[in-house]
Design a protein around this ligand. Structure first.
Ligand SMILES: *[C@@H]1O[C@H](CO)[C@@H](O)[C@H](O)[C@H]1NC(C)=O
Ligand SMILES: *[C@@H]1O[C@H](CO)[C@@H](O)[C@H](O)[C@H]1NC(C)=O
Ligand SMILES: *[C@@H]1O[C@H](CO)[C@@H](O)[C@H](O)[C@H]1NC(C)=O
Length: 356
């Protein structure tokens, strides 16, 4: 299955490291197969795709919350033409005094992250019934075979010639797996969490949510599993929940078509499915494309769901660049772009506009 590992592996000299990674992947995902489903005939879609029906249903739901990104707590140092934001040291938390410090930390001996978590808890208490706050660590999956192919041929050729195919002679990008570079990126994030949780008391997510696409399941697993906290610190259980609404912008690219729930269950037994998860991928479309506006609307539906049903305040999303763009729009966050294999914080306020 790794017939082309040399091609996209950076640091091609480190063959022993790559062999180790390969072994790790094979032992982590023993039944991974790159067998693609029957090839897609194009275009079909004579009737309205299911995705459109369910999206329409989502839009008619009366929202309970108004979501906004809360500025002033995290620094994001973007670079380049797309304002590309990397994983920031300490997640970019700005070290500043909070009004809640005096009671919580009179000696000024606690770490910034401890004081911030205390502040977050206090908001939850003081605004009960009016607003809820969540800190969401949003991870973009590591490099997948589709990303590698697009980098190889350029975006224009990728869009016109390759996106509708399941793969080529060298790799498969239908429901893309991570490349070895993508695995390396996910493991780098794992090291980031391990270090930051230990040295900065940066809280691990209390709940993990992932897109059902293979590259996000792999990234979620590799970036969070196996982190060891010092004795006495409680470690959240690793039981991620798969959420359909976290998947990439719906369009005809085969890389964004997912495998069925049966396959996911067999290959990722530690993951749970959200209620109502449909085994078959009924959402993928053979033509057309969800607009950013539509994607932002379903991302608001995702936030409604999470704010309504999730008690934890610090959670994670393992997702895609398109979904991150939708989240930015849905929360009116300052615009930025995340390269594969990086994680950024979203501090989101859900103001209750329609109490139960
Ligand atoms: C597959 O890889 C080989 C060797 O790198 C290359 O010559 C060939 O052009 C590649 N095929 C495609 C379809 O990219
Ligand atoms: C699910 O997908 C696998 C291949 O990935 C296939 O073998 C199996 O028949 C499918 N199961 C269902 C219930 O469609
Ligand atoms: C808010 O705080 C209450 C009381 O500590 C807790 O039960 C609840 O789960 C918290 N809500 C969130 C969203 O964290």
């Amino acid at each position: 299955m790794f017939t082309m590992i040399g091609q996209h592996a950076t640091g091609a000299g480190h063959w022993s490291a790559w062999s180790m990674l390969k072994l790790l992947l094979l032992t982590s995902f023993p039944t991974l197969s790159l067998t693609a489903p029957p090839s897609v005939s194009h275009p079909i879609a004579s009737s309205e795709p299911e995705s459109m029906k369910s999206l329409a249903a989502l839009k008619t739901m009366a929202p309970k919350y108004r979501f906004t990104a809360v500025p002033g707590y995290f620094k994001m140092e973007g670079r380049g033409p797309r304002n590309e934001v990397p994983t920031m040291p300490g997640m970019g938390l700005i070290d500043q005094p909070y009004p809640t410090d005096e009671a919580f930390d009179p000696q000024r001996s606690k770490q910034p992250w401890e004081r911030f978590v205390n502040l977050l808890n206090s908001w939850n208490e003081s605004e009960k019934g009016k607003a809820a706050y969540k800190l969401i660590y949003v991870t973009r999956h590591g490099q997948g075979y589709h990303n590698a192919k697009e980098s190889d041929v350029g975006s224009a050729e990728w869009e016109t010639r390759w996106v509708m195919l399941n793969g080529d002679d060298n790799s498969t990008w239908f429901d893309s797996h991570l490349t070895l570079e993508g695995i390396r990126q996910a493991m780098t994030m794992n090291a980031f969490w391990q270090d930051a949780a230990t040295t900065l008391k940066l809280p691990l997510p209390r709940r993990y949510y992932a897109s059902p696409l293979a590259r996000c399941l792999e990234t979620c697993k590799l970036s969070f599993e196996g982190i060891e906290l010092p004795p006495g610190q409680e470690k959240p259980p690793f039981k991620p929940i798969i959420k359909e609404l976290l998947r990439e912008r719906l369009h005809f690219h085969t890389c964004d078509r997912r495998r069925n729930g049966t396959w996911i269950r067999e290959n990722f037994p530690e993951f749970e499915f959200e209620e109502g998860f449909v085994d078959e991928d009924v959402y993928w479309k053979t033509e057309g494309r969800e607009t950013l506006q539509e994607h932002a609307a379903r991302t608001m539906a995702l936030l409604e769901d999470v704010f309504e049903h999730e008690d934890e305040q610090i959670i994670s999303f393992s997702t895609h660049s398109g979904t991150i763009a939708a989240l930015i729009k849905a929360t009116r966050h300052e615009d930025f772009f995340v390269e594969p294999g990086n994680v950024v914080p979203f501090l989101i306020k859900g103001e209750i506009i329609q109490p139960n």
